[in-house]
Design a protein around this ligand. Sequence first.
Ligand code: FMN
Length: 335
Amino acid sequence: MSSVIKLKGKGVSRIIKSKVMLSPLAGVTDKVFRNLVRKWAPESLLFTEMINATSLKHGYGITKIKQLELEQGPIGVQIFDNRPFAVGEAAKLAEDLGAFLIDINMGCPVKKISRKGGGSALINDRLLAVELVKRVSKAVQIPVTVKTRLGWNNKEENIEGFLLSLQDAGAEMITLHGRTRKEGFSGKADWDMIGKIKELLEIPIIANGDIKNPKDAINCLKKTKADGLMIGRGVLGSPWKIGEIDLAIKKLKGFKEPNIEEKLLLINEHLDELIKEKGTHGLLIARKHISWTCKNFQGANDLRNKLVRAIDAKEVKELLFKAIKTLNNDQKILT
Ligand SMILES: Cc1cc2nc3c(=O)[nH]c(=O)nc-3n(C[C@H](O)[C@H](O)[C@H](O)COP(=O)(O)O)c2cc1C
């Protein structure tokens, strides 16, 4: 199996040098978070949050990718919408702004999106899904990919036929979250089924779902023979996770999980960058990340409760540095 993923594109080819990718995560994988992930994962393909086609062209969406060209390494832009013309236009704009590739969201189960015919609803509207891939492939020179699930209500819906038609329409890589839309996040991701689909398709298949650490990643690659892996919830609070898994797959040593002091400094840096990027609203976003990162060590619960209740960034920083000062040689918070 090749260690790199090659995508031809219509006019611009791309090589992905790592098998481990960061999932698009709405409300999480913004520029600031991607930059943190990048510190540990220089070669990985990182995805933006899903962006609505109209908002990308006319509204808030554009702010999400406005400085793509300043980011290090490959960034895939994920678009959701069910109107081929709008998605084509948005994709072109994202390409002009520096997208490495365009991914079309055909898996989001959120009702607000699927009710309007986007996300996972496209599994049920296969002609439209094919039309979307064709339109976007025509609009851009870079590769076009799709992220979807194993079905709408169940796994007997000939999802294989659906995926083959997307491949024929020009999709150059497909990420499969190993659950149906109905399953949401319940049960276990079906890696066996991803493996069966991998055998049928010619384009690279990326396995997704329930990969949280190097052991899961190695098992999933073994079971599915997928060309790559995409990690979602496993990075919440652990921006080093993509890099950690990448090194393990490449059988390279050298990963060291940040100790408590480093985690607290990371929270501080994340907060600073969020405030720089989003003003005081950055604190609200930081709280979410604090609650994911500040856990699983002695004193974490108490500190977390204080951090998420702090009224401003200054108070968060004071609490962080006070905690760091009390750390003893065993990395235990003593107060
Ligand atoms: C908070 C959150 C936001 C998500 N946002 C998106 C999104 O914008 N686009 C998308 O295709 N999937 C989205 N997903 C799904 C993930 O990309 C991924 O497919 C799913 O979480 C399964 O992978 P995991 O088990 O590694 O988390 C989201 C999931 C979560 C938990």
